[in-house]
Ligand binder design. Structure first.
Ligand SMILES: O=C[C@H](O)COP(=O)(O)O
Length: 240
C-alpha cells in the first residue's frame, strides 16, 4: 500500500521533498527526514522520469517511511498527460508530478481529465515552470481537472534559480491562490539550505530540493544525507 501524502493545507511548516535517483538515495533521504521521496532522474533535467522498475524498487525500499512521489515527465497534450499519469501511478507511488506547458495549463479542455484523475486515486501535482511565468489564473483550471496540487520549479538547472525568476510576493500569491482552491503547493528550483526561512514564509505545502542537498551542490552527483538532515532541522514551523 503506498504511503499517502499525509499532510494538509493547514500544516505549520512546509514539508521536505527530496529528489532521488535510486534505492540507496531513497533510503538515505527517508532516513534523514524527507517527507516526500521524489523518484527522478537528475541527469535528465527538471522532469526526467526514471524507469517504472526503478520507481517500484524505490517505493518498496522506502517501505512507507515517507511518501514516494514520481516524475511523469512533461505532457505534450491531453492524451499524453493521462497516459503519463497512469503509467507513473501504476508504480504504486503516493503522488505523481507531471509538467504542464502554459497552453495545457490554460486549456479549458483540461477539465475533461477530472474523471480519469479521480478514478486513479493517486494525487497528482501539476508542475509549472518559473521560466513560463506561471499565472494564478491557471490554477482554477487545474483544480477543476482534479489535480491535488501545483508546484513551481525551474526548467533550467544551470543558471537562474527560482527566486531569480519570481519575487517572494509572486510566490506567496501563488501559494495563497492554491490554498484558496484547496490545492497543495510546492516550490523548487535550485533551492539552497539558506532559502528555507524566506520560502517557508510564503507558506507552501512543501519545498523541493535536489542540487542544494547533493554533495558539492551538484544535482547529478550523490545525495548528501547530512544536508537532508540539516534541511529537516531548518524547516521550523512558520510563525503565525
Ligand atoms: O522537484 C524538485 C527538484 O528535483 C529540484 O531540483 P533542484 O533543487 O536541483 O532544482
Amino acid at each position: 500500500m503506498p504511503h499517502a501524502i499525509g499532510f494538509s493545507l493547514d500544516q505549520p511548516a512546509p514539508r521536505l521533498l527530496v529528489s532521488v535517483r535510486d534505492t540507496r538515495e531513497a533510503v538515505e533521504a527517508a532516513g534523514a527526514g524527507a517527507d516526500l521521496v521524489d523518484a527522478k532522474d537528475p541527469d535528465e533535467g527538471a522532469l526526467g522520469s526514471l524507469a517504472p522498475d526503478t520507481v517500484r524498487a524505490i517505493t518498496l525500499a522506502v517501505g512507507g517511511r515517507a511518501c514516494v512521489s514520481a516524475v511523469a515527465g512533461e505532457a505534450a497534450g491531453l492524451g499524453d498527460l493521462v497516459t503519463r499519469i497512469r503509467v507513473t501511478a501504476a508504480c504504486g507511488v503516493g503522488m505523481v508530478k507531471v509538467a504542464l506547458s502554459p497552453a495545457l495549463a490554460a486549456d479549458p479542455d483540461l477539465e475533461r481529465l477530472a474523471g480519469a484523475l479521480g478514478a486513479l486515486g493517486t494525487p497528482t501535482v501539476a508542475v509549472l515552470f518559473a521560466e513560463d511565468g506561471p499565472r494564478t489564473e491557471w490554477l482554477p483550471n487545474l483544480a477543476l481537472a482534479g489535480f491535488a496540487g501545483a508546484m513551481i520549479d525551474t526548467r533550467g538547472k544551470a543558471g537562474l534559480r527560482l527566486t531569480d525568476h519570481l519575487t517572494l510576493s509572486a510566490l506567496t500569491d501563488f501559494v495563497m491562490a492554491c490554498r484558496r482552491l484547496g490545492l497543495l503547493s510546492g516550490l523548487a528550483g535550485s533551492l539552497t539550505l539558506d532559502d528555507i526561512p524566506r520560502l517557508s514564509g510564503c507558506g507552501p505545502s512543501y519545498l523541493g530540493f535536489r542540487g542544494g542537498l547533493s554533495v558539492g551542490s551538484d544535482r547529478r552527483g550523490r545525495l548528501d544525507p547530512a544536508r537532508v538532515s540539516e534541511a529537516r532541522r531548518r524547516l521550523a514551523p512558520v510563525a503565525a
